[in-house]
Structure formats: C-alpha cells, structure tokens
Design a protein around this ligand. Structure first.
Ligand SMILES: Nc1ncnc2c1ncn2[C@@H]1O[C@H](COP(=O)(O)OP(=O)(O)OP(=O)(O)O)[C@@H](O)[C@H]1O
Ligand SMILES: [Mg+2]
Length: 293
C-alpha cells in the first residue's frame, strides 16, 4: 500500500513539472448531437494550429472515435490501468497529428477501479513522451456516472445542443448535475447542425436563460457548427471534415472553435492540466456505481 502511494505521488509530481494542458470535455446529455464529430474535428483543427492534442475516447458504452477516423484500436486504457502496456502503446496517430486514446472495451468502469489501477492511470499519463497542450475528452450520452465522472474532472465542459426540445432539456439536465457536483464548473455551449448563425445564438440564449434562472449560472457561447453535407461526406470517407474539405462551412466552424479554445488561458494552479484531471478522475473519496444518480 505504501509503495502505491509513493508511485502515485511520484507520478503526480512528474505531471506537475509539465506544461499545464487544457483539459476539455465534450458532452451534451442527448445522444447523437455531434459530440464525437466535434471532438475529432476540434482536435484535428487544434493539431493543425500546431498544438499537441490528444483525444481520450471516454464513451465507455460505445467508443467509436477510432472507427470515425478509420483507425484500428487493439489496446485501450483498460489494458493500461491493468499494467498490461504503457499509454504510448495504445495511442493511435491520426493523419492530422491528433493522438487518440481509446478508453474502453465496453466493460471499463472508472468508478470501480482499485488503488493499483489508480496508480497505473496516473503513472501512464505521467509517462507520456510528448507534453500535451490540449486533452479533449469525448464522453457518451446521458448523465450517468460514466459521463459525469469524466466531465467534472475537466477544466471546461463543452455542451453540444441542437434544435430539438429533448436536446435542450438533456443539456440543461447535464449542466444541472455537473454544476451541483462541481460548483464553478465552466460550461461552453456549441449549437450544432444549425441552418444560420442566428439560430445558433437563439439556441444558446434559450439554454443560457434557463441556466441563469434556475441554477444561477451563465454558460458561455463557444459557437455554432452548421448542418453540413460535407461533414456527412467526410464521415463516409472516415476522415475529418477539417482535413477532407477545409473550405467547407463546418470545417471553417471547427477552425473558429479551435482558435477560440486556443485562446483560453491554460490552468495556472499547481494542480492544473492533465494532473488535475487524472487526480479528479481517480481521487474521489467514495466511488459510485455507473448510472447511480
Ligand atoms: N454539423 C453536422 N452536419 C451534418 N450532420 C451532422 C452534424 N453534426 C452531427 N451530424 C450527424 O449526426 C450524427 C451523430 O454525430 P456524433 O456521432 O458526433 O454524435 P454523438 O453526440 O457523438 O452521438 P453519441 O451520443 O451516439 O455518442 C453524425 O453521424 C452525423 O450524421
Ligand atoms: Mg459519440
């Protein structure tokens, strides 16, 4: 037990010595609102800006970042936390320069990891060969423990919404859960599949008003992504639209989002960056069961 504590402390110290990466969760409450597409395209656009960017596929039920990009994942984070391989062994390199870490084989449950696995996770991230500027975390749908654990560990939570009543109510439900569990959590709203920029603003205003009124918080407007057939073509080609059709409306939108995210100040506190994220992921006092609310 004592050795494990030493391992964890040493891992955390190594992480602390690195640049403080921005850790951004991509979430949304409702299924199919464009979380994964936003994660891979924002990631590719950030990599295009020269930022060292990693995408953690934390959709534990239906991990599909690798499929979306035509990559084949043999190993995942579960092998890493079990000490079967190092993090660099599971990293997939996308053509854009974005690096992908597949999290799950379907049975992975962060809430039930033991102490040795916690230490393994911290150690794995501290061993990364290249320091990160940005760690994006693609979460699944819903407000179950598997989603909330990852989202509340991030510094910023990007919430995807589209113009459907269920999308707005699910996004609000997720923000409510996260704001209660982590007061001060920073929310960034993306309006996806919009027909006009004004429609994006309207969607944001609707969500912002209910958050302000009932939760006393004001999420920021990150931006919009238009409904774009080029994006669907890119999916069929297992490519990012940012690379396949860089001049298309959605690619330009993702480039704007990347520029905006690039302007966010990185965490300055000693416990910032990936260290902060991993610490939050594994450091909870009383792990709860997946799905428990
Ligand atoms: N801006 C857009 N323009 C056109 N189609 C889009 C756009 N955004 C999303 N889609 C469509 O929505 C589908 C779902 O997108 P995506 O897989 O990113 O959603 P998700 O929120 O990650 O879903 P899940 O909850 O299942 O993880 C895409 O396959 C695509 O067909
Ligand atoms: Mg998804």
């Amino acid at each position: 037990m004592r050795d494990l504590k030493i391992d964890q402390a040493a891992g955390l110290r190594r992480l602390g010595a690195r640049r403080n990466a921005k850790v951004i969760a991509i979430t949304g409450g409702k299924g199919g609102v464009g979380k994964t597409l936003t994660a891979v395209n924002l990631g590719a656009a950030l990599a295009g800006l020269g930022r060292s960017t990693m995408l953690l596929d934390a959709d534990l039920g239906m991990a599909n970042v690798d499929v979306l990009l035509g990559l084949r994942a043999r190993l995942n984070l579960e092998h890493v936390v079990n000490g079967e391989c190092g993090l660099e062994d599971v990293v997939l390199n996308a053509p854009s320069g974005l690096r992908i870490v597949p999290a799950s084989s379907g049975s992975f449950n962060m809430a039930t990891l033991g102490r040795a696995q916690h230490a393994g996770l911290i150690h794995a991230f501290s061993e990364l060969l290249e320091p990160l500027d940005v760690l994006l975390v693609d979460t699944g749908a819903g407000v179950g423990e598997g989603v909330v654990t990852f989202a509340e560990a991030a510094q910023r939570v990007v919430v995807l919404v589209c113009d459907e009543p269920a999308s707005l109510t699910d996004a609000y439900g997720l923000i409510k859960v996260l704001a209660r569990r982590r007061p001060g959590c920073k929310f960034e709203i993306v309006a996806n599949m919009v027909e006009t920029p004004a429609q994006g603003r309207e969607l944001y205003d609707k969500l912002m008003r209910v958050c302000h009124r009932f939760l006393g918080i004001t999420p920021s407007y990150f931006g919009y992504v238009p409904n774009d057939d080029y994006l669907r073509q890119a999916i069929r080609a297992q490519a990012t639209v940012v690379e396949a059709f860089p001049g298309s409306p959605s690619a330009r939108a993702f480039q704007r989002l990347a520029l905006a995210a690039d302007g966010w100040t990185p965490p300055v506190q000693a416990s910032g960056g990936v260290e902060f994220f991993v610490e939050r992921l594994v450091g909870r006092e009383s792990p709860r069961a997946v799905g428990a609310q």
